[in-house]
Write a protein that binds this ligand. Structure first.
Ligand SMILES: *Cc1c(COP(=O)(O)O)cnc(C)c1O
Length: 364
């Protein structure tokens, strides 16, 4: 049976990118961020390959439980913390570490006696993003609650998150870091602030724990720097197959809405991938693919199961030929994200279970 589309996941490239993280922040411990199924790469396989991580981070308790069930042993930090009591009990029973970002979470903690105390917990400080976090004023009391609670053991860290670390030199980054350092110094807490962009560009922010996400997967957090510029290797190669070909005459239009029309004779190819696989419909008329080592355009709209591509200048092409959607030297997911007016994170996360993940330890 022909299997397509396939996302080939190169675990050697993943490990290369992890080494790159270590090289950039040699004095920090690494909390590898594997939320959203490791940005579409498969959280369990990625966690196993990144066994040198000091900890992992995911967004939700359910994601942490899945990793524990698969036998992952490292500390697992739940970045959103808990929402309700059953989450809190599940976290304690499965040795998950929590972020406390809101007063209601501290109230939950003090309202119960857990079977096992939680360890390696974090307070999230609001420093400018206005997403999750306690104010500077709330930290003192929150810390007192955690330190006196029998539900908590071990050290507590102070975490915050940059809103603009992809904008190199933006003064708001320094302001956020100053606020974090002020509180951390006041209470003598270990810090964690740096995501990929900050690991790459704000050395002062590295602190005790860094939290790399996108760079592990070989994509750049910056608009104007490619993965190659940053010595990162793409981990995912997304490919499918050509399932039909047709000649086009002048005036023939392609796909729903007919919003691409041939102005000369040529050839269209149909590839089996579409928005039903999570391939973005925003790539309609603007995306490209690679076939026979040649970059060619997507013609017309992305359908649910298929896209149309321009084969007019590709010779000796046949049904069944491999088509690469992203992940090789000619075409990165970063390129396609720019075309789709979004970020690589979204294109990677969107791929759904209709895309087969195929793991290998090939040349990085
Ligand atoms: C997702 C996330 C990260 C990782 O960010 P990247 O830009 O992918 O490196 C780090 N910290 C927090 C709190 C996050 O939500």
């Amino acid at each position: 049976m022909a299997t397509y589309p396939v996302a080939e996941i190169n675990l050697a490239a993943l490990q290369h990118n992890f080494e790159r993280v270590k090289q950039l922040a040699p004095n920090s411990k690494v909390m590898s961020v594997i939320k959203a199924d490791a940005y579409g790469h498969g959280a369990i396989q990625v966690a196993q390959a990144l066994h040198a991580s000091d900890a992992f981070a995911v967004a939700r308790v359910s994601e942490g439980l899945r990793l524990r069930a698969a036998g992952i042993q490292q500390p697992i930090v739940i970045l959103e913390g808990v929402r309700a009591l059953d989450d809190l009990h599940a976290a304690a029973n499965n040795v998950l570490s929590l972020v406390f970002h809101h007063a209601f979470q501290l109230e939950l903690l003090t309202s119960v006696q857990l079977n096992k105390p939680l360890s390696f917990c974090w307070l999230m400080l609001e420093t400018g993003m206005h997403r999750l976090g306690l104010s500077c004023e709330q930290i003192e009391q929150a810390l007192a609650v955690l330190k006196t609670s029998s539900n908590i053991e071990g050290n507590i860290g102070l975490m915050s998150h940059f809103a603009n670390s992809d904008l190199i030199g933006d003064s708001r980054n320094q302001q956020q870091l100053d606020l974090l350092m002020e509180s951390a110094n006041q209470y003598g807490l270990a810090t964690s602030m740096a995501n990929s962009a900050a690991i790459l560009s704000i050395e002062e922010s590295h602190g005790e724990w860094i939290r790399p996400g996108i760079m592990l997967y070989g994509s750049s957090p910056f608009d104007d720097q490619s993965p190659q510029d940053l010595a990162l290797k793409p981990v995912m190669l997304l490919r499918s197959e050509l399932i039909a070909m047709h000649a086009l005459n002048i005036g023939d239009s392609v796909g729903y809405g007919g919003n691409w029309t041939a102005d000369k004779t040529g050839q269209v190819g149909i590839v089996s991938i579409g928005y039903g696989d999570g391939y973005s419909r925003h790539l309609s008329n603007v995306g490209s693919v690679v076939i026979h080592q040649q970059k060619v355009a997507i013609l017309g709209r992305v359908s649910m199961d298929m896209i149309a591509i321009d084969l007019s200048n590709v010779t000796e092409v046949a049904i069944g030929d491999e088509v690469i959607l992203w992940g090789n030297d000619l075409l990165t997911v970063d390129d396609m994200a720019q075309k789709a007016n979004t970020i690589s994170y979204e294109l990677l996360c969107q791929l759904n279970e209709r895309v087969t993940r195929d793991y290998h330890h090939g040349q990085s």
